[in-house]
Design a protein around this ligand. Structure first.
Ligand SMILES: Nc1ncnc2c1ncn2[C@@H]1O[C@H](COP(=O)(O)OP(=O)(O)OP(=O)(O)O)[C@@H](O)[C@H]1O
Length: 325
């Protein structure tokens, strides 16, 4: 766990960058720090690994004050990933990842084997290992940056806008891969972004900052959408939060009607292309289907693809209303 205890940072000659921040980032979870430009997100992140020193207050990692720890030892346990990956331009991809393990005492051979394995985990085949960073796309460079940060197997990862330098399609891919990786690794992650959608998608918890370095709300994405603490958070979170909050609700309990009026093939699969969903989908998927399908209905299918129920937009509205009461 990473704990901020009443932390203040005032830069020399500057305004207050972080104002009395108290926050707990749970072990093994992703906590996203989000807010408008200049609200102190990066400063907060960098105080964790002592790249920035607080003016007052304390930061603890697993109960130990970071300011009392040996700086080199502290940083070995904390991976750091930044926007544009920050790779060494004159080293190959493989050596970018293998450098830290060598510094930690592994032989070159061990380090290279480890690096190859990590590159594979972030979705880069061995073909990329011999290239130089400039010969990679932005998204590939970000992957190398993540592999490099993981090379020392640190329990904590600090990530500063790690996915912002790539286009939306690549970003969505990186998000999915990142969440899959984190499911396996269970690192304690602090991530900075200015993108609330990214925060809601990736965060187990989200800390919303307001200008002046003050914490506006610390909550799960679901709570943030359902109950923003004030006007600032509500407007920062955005307008369609009711619809977006449905993406945290499973469609498993949604009642369905018997299948009628839908053309099926011999195996009971819907013919044509009606909107179909499964019990594993979210209510947001169902809402989108009933809104966009011409007949205003969505068809639920089982694991074999056979239709086992239909839902109209009235059914969905009734279900949402019944949950509220
Ligand atoms: N080294 C520094 N010296 C003086 N002021 C600084 C320094 N670094 C940051 N600041 C100021 O501290 C405040 C917080 O900056 P910080 O980079 O932490 O914000 P941020 O939320 O990460 O912003 P962004 O999203 O734009 O990166 C800003 O007003 C910034 O100008």
């Amino acid at each position: 766990m990473i704990t901020f205890e009443d932390v203040v940072k005032v830069y020399p000659g500057g305004a207050t960058a972080v104002d009395h921040l108290s926050l707990e980032l749970p072990t093994g979870k992703i906590t996203v720090l989000v807010g408008p430009s200049g609200c102190g997100k990066t400063t907060s992140l960098r105080m964790i690994n002592r790249m920035v020193t607080p003016t007052s207050g304390r930061i603890l990692v697993d109960g130990e004050d970071v300011s009392r720890q040996d700086e080199a030892r502290l940083r070995r346990g904390i991976g750091y990933v930044i926007q544009h990956a920050g790779l060494f331009p004159h080293r190959t991809v493989l050596d970018n990842v293998a450098t830290v393990p060598v510094l930690l005492g592994k032989t070159r051979r061990e380090a290279r084997e480890l690096a190859l394995g990590l590159l594979e985990r972030v979705g880069l085949s061995a073909d990329f290992a011999k290239r130089y960073p400039a010969q990679l796309s932005g998204g590939q460079q970000q992957r190398v940056g993540v592999a490099r940060a993981l090379a020392a197997d640190p329990p904590i990862m600090l990530m500063d806008e790690p996915f912002s330098a790539v286009d939306p399609v690549v970003r969505a891919q990186l998000h999915a891969e990142f969440l899959r990786l984190q499911q396996d690794l269970g690192k304690t992650i602090a991530m900075v972004t200015h993108d609330i959608d990214e925060a809601i998608k990736l965060g187990d918890h989200v800390a919303v900052f307001r200008t002046g370095g003050r914490l506006a709300q610390f909550a799960t994405p679901r709570e943030l959408l359902a109950a923003p603490a004030d006007e600032f958070v509500a407007s920062f979170v955005g307008r369609d939060r009711g619809l977006r909050s449905l993406s945290f609700d499973s469609a498993a309990e949604l009642p369905v009607r018997p299948v009628e009026g839908i053309e099926l093939d011999d195996s009971g699969r819907p013919l044509g292309r009606p909107g179909v969903f499964t019990k594993d989908d979210t209510l947001r998927v169902v809402a989108d289907l009933v809104i966009s399908s011409p007949g205003g209905v969505a068809v639920r299918v089982g694991p074999d693809g056979a239709a086992d129920g239909v839902v109209s937009h009235h059914d969905l509205a009734d279900y949402l209303a019944s949950r509220r009461s």
